[in-house]
Write a protein that binds this ligand. Structure first.
Ligand code: PMP
Length: 287
């Protein structure tokens, strides 16, 4: 079966899909993206992801490349063509193709739109053994609330984590606090049983999984506090975990080589992951 990508109005063979070398996303990282999880042919929190795409675009003064209902159609059409059951839909919008110059093009250009899908293994409700994270200084810019394709600091932190045997990097700000992961939001459960994650501001991406998990935590009557937490506090925590469209809720059992509590997956992360998997099965099936 051939796999398709969508590139500026056409469904093309994924292996042949390409954009112009003067695309400002390629030249200047002048673009934004979204990643939506798919489970059993159902899109997870599509509306919230498209709302965030809208916000990212507005912050950078890039127009919508197609109307929102058209994008919703393209997402579904690509899922159908690629028979996507479990995986991810990736969409990227850049300011478009123009003669290279840092400043915005003076002539109007059409924003460029690319979509791809990726099959992944079906995420199990069972949390497995959990993952290790490695800390790294957060050297990113001050608008981490915008989901731009400018991901070099995230790439380098993730690579350093992987080279040390850890799955994810936890980024540490100038005050010694954990901002978020390289591509995930960061959470802990304190010794007092408080569920803690940093409040959303320009220092982190407002994760959609994070947002959905907040309402689950309140349904489960967990005590949620949105505040900064330090790397030291995380190392002393009872539990830690990460959230994202790609990882759902994944327990963290090791930080910088040291076990979190007894080094086993804790009950809060386990429960929230189960809840999230249940929630992901709820939407309307596309494929
Ligand atoms: N933070 C960063 C830096 C990310 O790249 C991601 C993944 N998009 C997240 C957090 C998690 O966001 P979401 O739950 O919307 O996938």
């Amino acid at each position: 079966m051939s796999r398709y990508a969508y590139v500026n109005g056409r469904y093309v063979d994924h292996r042949e899909a390409s954009v112009h070398i003067e695309d400002r996303g390629y030249q200047l990282a002048d673009g934004v993206y979204e990643v939506v999880g798919v489970r059993d042919g159902r899109l997870i929190d599509e509306k919230l992801h498209l709302d965030r795409l809208d916000r990212s675009l507005r912050e950078l003064r890039i127009g919508w490349p197609v109307a929102r209902p058209t994008l919703e159609f393209i997402i579904r059409e690509l899922m159908r063509r690629n028979r996507l059951r479990d995986g991810l839909v990736y969409m990227q919008v850049t300011r478009g193709v123009a003669r290279r110059d840092h400043a915005f093009p003076t002539q109007p250009v059409k924003p460029a739109l690319v979509l791809t899908t990726k099959n992944t293994r079906r995420i199990e409700a069972d949390a497995g053994a959990g993952i290790a994270v490695k800390s790294a200084p957060d050297i990113r810019w001050e608008r981490c609330d915008i989901k731009t394709v400018a991901l070099l600091p995230n790439v380098l932190a993730k690579q350093a984590a992987r080279e040390s045997g850890a799955y994810e990097a936890w980024l540490i700000d100038g005050q010694g606090n954990v901002t978020e992961g390289a591509s995930t939001n960061a959470w802990i459960v304190t010794r007092d049983g408080e569920l803690v994650t940093r409040a959303t501001d320009n220092g982190i991406l407002a994760g959609i999984t994070r947002q959905t998990l907040k309402s689950m935590a309140s349904d489960l009557q967990l005590k949620l506090v949105e505040r900064p937490f330090s790397l030291e506090e995380a190392k002393q925590a009872r539990e830690a975990f990460i959230t994202s469209a790609t990882s759902f809720v994944t327990p963290v059992v090791k930080i910088d080589g040291a076990p979190v509590a007894d080094g086993k997956v804790g009950p809060t992360a386990r429960r929230l992951r189960e809840e999230y998997v249940r929630f992901a099965a709820e939407g309307e099936a596309v494929t």
